[in-house]
Design a protein around this ligand. Sequence first.
Ligand code: NAD
Length: 486
Amino acid sequence: MTAPPGLRNFVDNRFVDGVAHFDKISPVDGSLVAQVHEAGREVVDRAVEAARRALEGPWGRSTVGERAALLRRIADRIEERSDELLAAEIADTGKPTALARQEVARAAANFRTFADVVAATGMDSFMTELPEGRRALNYALRRPLGVVAVIVPWNLPLLLLTWKVAPALACGNTVVVKPSEETPSSASLLAEIMVEAGVPKGVFNVVHGFGTGSTGEFLTAHPAVDGITFTGASATGAAIMRAAAPQVRPVSFELGGKNAALVFADADLDRAVEGLARSVFTNTGQVCLCTERVYVEASVFEEVALGLAQRARELRFGRPDDPLTTTGPLISLKHREKVLGYYRLAEQEGAHCLAGGGVPELGGGLDAGAWIEPALWTGLDNRHRVAREEIFGPAAVLIPFTGEDEAVRLANDTPYGLAAAVWTRDLERGHRVAGRMRVGMSWVNTWYLRDLRSPFGGAGMSGIGREGGTHSLHFYSEPTNVCVAL
Ligand code: NAD
């Protein structure tokens, strides 16, 4: 047996050791994927210093055109090495190959999109007219924020990391990236790609480790970090906000959700059930945009519930490379314990479980993996905890409603505000209801259809700010207005 790879930190374009090691375990079968070098405080300091130095060098004087060209070279290299990135994502997450393939393609698209956006986006300018024919020219310049800390979760590791790194580099920042401790592999490969594409020393750095009391906390509390962009749980966002507060540093947060789907009786029900199945079960429910609350107009409640339960029974668990596999494991046994806790809670709260709700017996060497059945619950309402708290697994509560106003009220009755999906054939109603959702993203007759130029983010406990297209440029740059008296 060959030894698993040791994943090291990446500072100033060199791989460096950490202060300790931790094991990355496969959620598929419990095997060892990699031994990872935990950065600790000293390596974080070196990474931030390298990122600062790079701002003072040629990178700090690079043009938008040069950076856009660099982003395109990175995208090309991602495609050339897509098989390795795919293998890394699959080893860390256990997700089916087809799903991981989409994620790698999105990583390349992230770099190309922000190359286009930064090259095409100007800034405000005003000719200011003063008394007696005097005039002044006002124009805004875009300067980088500086050193940006990028902290990402494990559910879509490469997609979410590049979603932040691409616009940060497009705007001329340097970054120190901390991937999740559960998914360290693709970030290390991306570091190699950065060197191959010609990213200068210190511009892209990777530090591995955990959050509280470890690399994540050392990075967000570091006084030489100028801004923090974070995707992850709302409670972690609150902790990072405290770390950012003393120096009043800007934060961009993409946080948790408890997303609703609204199915009206006039919907194309086959299409709605198909869409619901995707939105509840994709990535084993581990997408921030996944639906965990399904509100169905009472007259079609039973038909929709039975249809979705049938889809749950059709899910196929299996190894990622089996073409018949539709559904991978959860990310870890620890996360499965959390999700199973909600399964037990639903039972205590009096739910009727329409499908699954346990741990599948798979055999074939998979028993040490983090496998879980989906769960669909009826008989509950918005007061129950499983209808209020983010579970982040393949589970949803189904609740009937009567009339549009009640549907909107129920959907908006949550401290979160990330995404919603409305299913109806009445497009007028679709526009109206989608616009009444207190969320960052509202879909009509679809789910997770993205245009990377559009704003992405959440209201309430689901986040602060928006990224995507020019919205990302706003966060990753600092405008300076120049006023010239003419
Ligand atoms: P998490 O918050 O536990 O961890 C995310 C990252 O933060 C990890 O890299 C972790 O090591 C780090 N971290 C943890 N504590 C920290 C601290 N005190 N200081 C600095 N860093 C710290 O989240 P997770 O379990 O990895 O991911 C799941 C969560 O992410 C869910 O809540 C999900 O909804 C959310 N999410 C949101 C979006 C979005 O776009 N809104 C996208 C994906 C996931």
